[in-house]
Design a binder for this molecule. Sequence first.
Ligand code: CS2
Ligand code: MG
Length: 403
Amino acid sequence: MKITDARVVVTSPGRNYATLVVETSDGLVGVGDATLNGRELAVATYLRDHVCPLLVGRDPARIEDTWQYLYKGAYWRRGPVAMTAIAAVDTALWDIKGKTAGLPVYELLGGASRDGVMVYGHADGRDVPELLDSVAEYLQLGYKAVRIQAAVPGMAKTYGVSTGDGQVYEPANAHLPEEGSWESSTYLDFAPTVFEAVRERFGFAVHLLHDVHHRLTPIEAARLGKALEPYRPFWIEDATPAEDQSAFRVIRAHTTTPLAVGEVLTSIWDVQTLITERLIDYVRTSVAHTGGISHLRKLYALGELYGVRSGAHGAGDLSPVAHAAALHLDLTIPNFGIQEYMGHRDPAAEVFRSSYTFTDGYMHPGNAPGLGVEFDEAAAARFPYQPRYLPVNRRLDGTVHDW
Ligand code: CS2
Ligand code: MG
């Protein structure tokens, strides 16, 4: 069997997605998510101009060889654009391999290690009462774990708080980057009160997660971790910018609150210190941005050696193809922790027809051969790309800050 065509489809059903479609001489089609929020066209170009021409004629069954060929053959290593492009190819080839074998991808990865994948949803509120109502909705749906984000009093906008349009929160919603404002001291005083209110209303049975979104200094993050200990968070995420791996030594020295990091990191080398020094408890790298199934399973295997569990990124800007691939991996690895599941804005389901299921707080990828996601190119053509950027954040004095 040979690859006969490889093409990138950029579409915008509810938000922009880039999808790689790989066709073979046996008539099989594999898909991979190539979406990088706010930089979708960069990955599309990397694939169209520098990768797809190299795929035609290759044996799609040689997944690892293709991964090494694309990674080492580029000479320039790592980074979100290249690793998202390689991830799209890798995922599409695993999809094809599953279809060739007539098996769901998880069976090719060693079979199920659990019956379902525990997921967490995104509860949010423009104030604490609205957040409490949002948490109640997720518990009603059967979620065992909920991320909690509330608007910080006095801040014009806060990350993670939807506008209340009833759709999945999408931060890349402007033709040019919107500018946000931020003050850590206000947030540091407010965050513990949010946890206190949620625990008071719902008790300790529900897992509570929180995303700091890269905004604190290491010692501020240590202070937050310590302040939240009485409320037993499942994790605080991205407490300080992830690329400063040694900064987590400072946080670790002050608090037992579990730490999750990794959604902006894109290779095993970028988390090597975090994992081998046990500086984190959950690694958030995603199948869509970390070189695909082949590379992420190696990263998880490293984590297994050091007691670090998976907590994969699963925001709405990772397409249903990426979510399906994540669930196949999540179902099999021994050190699974939790999977983010934000869902997707309408009308994404008109373009991506997925077979994964949600039941009482757990998900399953389904047993369709391959990934179990059908990509409808005719439907995709109805939703042309729209230039969209993530916000840029500034401190109150105007200094650019982490968003
Ligand atoms: C967030 C993401 O889900 C999360 O943990 O950090 O929603 C992130 O803001 C987006 O993926 C950025 O595109
Ligand atoms: Mg995050």
